[in-house]
Design a protein around this ligand. Sequence first.
Ligand code: CDP
Ligand code: MG
Length: 741
Amino acid sequence: RQGVYANAKLKKNLEWEEQQLQIALKKNDIDEIHVENSKDYEFVFDTEAMIDFTNDGDDLLKDEESEYENELLENINKEQERLLDIQQGRKSLPVYQYRSQLLQAIKDHQVLIVVGETGSGKTTQLPQYLVEDGYTKNGTLQIAVTQPRRVAATSVAARVADEMGVVLGKEVGYSIRFEDKTTPNTTILKYMTDGMLLREFLSDPELKNYSCIMIDEAHERTLATDILLGLLKDILLHRKDLKLIISSATMNASKFSKFFYDCPIFNVPGRRFPVDIHYTVQPEANYLHAAITTIFQIHTTQPLPGDILVFLTGQEEIESTKERIEEIAHKLGSRVPEMLVTPIYANLPQEQQQKIFEKTPEGCRKIVLATNIAETSLTINGIKYVVDPGFVKENSYVPTTGMTQLLTVACSKASVDQRAGRAGRVGPGKCFRLFTKWSYYHELEATPKPEIIRTNISSIVLLLLSLGITDLINFPLLDKPSIPSLSKSLEILYVLGALNSKGSITRLGRLMCQFPCEPEFAKVIYTAAYNETANGVLEQCITIVSMLHETTSLFVGNSRDSLKSIVGETTSDHLLYLKIYDEWKNSNYSKMWCKDHKVQFKTLSRVRDIRNQLWKFCDKMGLVSMNEKALKELVDPTQSMEIKIIKCFISGFPMNIAKLGTSGYKTVSTKNSSGLEVTIHPSSVVFQQQKENAKKPSKYILYQQLMLTTKEFARVCMPIIKESWLSEMVPQIFKPNNEFN
Ligand code: CDP
Ligand code: MG
């Protein structure tokens, strides 16, 4: 036998060479390869040491065939093993032991609260038990399970379809905004966001299609969940056959019970291992910095296996931290074990979401960078260490200014305790809190604030009014919104034309309610088709609105600047988005185009999807034909497009207008709200224009979003060129000559 001698040289990316060597090994019956510098496992295949192959075709064919057969057999075996594993896994979950007791309790009571440790099987198992127990009446009735988050709804549906051995979208499906993966007459188990079930009340106020409703993750207390509980409380009286299950992590269960006339609470004892809690000795000035240091500290000192879960506040933070970690890991090279960094946040494309559930390869450590989505709604196996900076991004609405801000705030005690618990699922774990013990005991609130008291409730008020619920003060709620918040929402709805001066819902209001987007966006779209001086721009406005739903994940890294070359100068962020989309459309939705211009293909594809759905909806509602009529009557349809778009947005977002004063921009003040000083964010086209061209700043701007960091920043802006458009579009608050009423 002949040995092959390959010179080992240090060089990167040698997959091809290695493959060649492997082939050489197999085919030539070579039993050994000597590698110089054997401690460097990377080596090149020296061309001088090339091996001559003899090639008899027959052999190759036979080999390939049998290899294929073997592979097939292996795959079948693997799949069978996997399915068996799944079934055994189901039985090993804590809820399984209580299966019959749970089903009995559900039979005996119309409303049941189920409380259990995260990961005990509430979300994936309970609905399956209901199916097995015949609650779908041979597939004629459905079971709905609501989730506060889109990611949870889709990933859990996929998991359950897998467990039941059915195709996702058939018997088991999900429904989230802009994406309906269910089949009428086939789907019996439907995972959905709480907002989607809320919308179903519009078409079916008694929820006749359902035999059971499970309001999952109720402790999250999202606005939609709170309203659902109120509405359900009412219909349970007429529909005695409807079962309601409220499931929740351990917080706040008695409050739910009281709300539903002291209904029983079923406690599923969980299994949980002890978790050591570590605090920092001093407050950390930069929590991201501290988090990265802690990750590497754990990685270099703690044994494998043992994955790390890190709680961060949002997508941008997660993506930049991921880059930073990978950079450092790369520099450390083979001195530390391999690291696999996997992000998880609401906007992450679904294929990538599934990655966090994949088993960590041996000799490797998985670092999961998550938003508080991993606090209770998703369970990731294998986590042993939790790094918790103790922050969360939260909406905060101030009715006196009418502003919603996305703020990074300290978590509640209940939240950080939940987070710590994630480390003790597979065995004893450790939690590293990046704040002091003193802070935990003296600074953190006990529980998180329910969304209803910290958000703009106008869309919900509109929904309730259109359902005929006019006595808003007495509508049953776990926590009531404040009176200023309620009156502000009525004011907004009046300004948008959804309510008349008497406070009753208008035809436009009913239409807005059916739109699959917020009332403000609905108004923009409506104006684009109907308003005499602004119509004919329906298509453009739908594109912009669709883009605005996905702006956070549009650009790859900090690639914004490179776009100028393709789209040229634009006067507003809205027009920039429009141009990006249209250019992409002109490229025939090409992937290459996105790559060349550093725009996320996945995001644009989602925008395309949203756009199609909005378009279909507008077609159904007659808006498309109105728009076409308007276009026919125009002499030159392109001429005033820009002006019309501005007008449409004024009519939809009259509260988001700021006026230039002596000390910068200040937002509109109305009867119920005072103005607020804002600065245009440096990422905005309007900011750059005003800077680069030393252009006189326009007297008014309209913005889509406020963000408080060092200052109050207005993001996604457009200049309002002419003052008279304000009173023309929104006479309710703007009067000619007397700008703000
Ligand atoms: O709802 P709860 O937190 O009580 O538990 P669950 O979400 O039903 O999860 C039960 C088990 O299913 C956990 O051990 C998860 O790891 C597993 N699971 C999974 O492997 N993949 C998913 N997409 C969802 C759950
Ligand atoms: Mg769950």
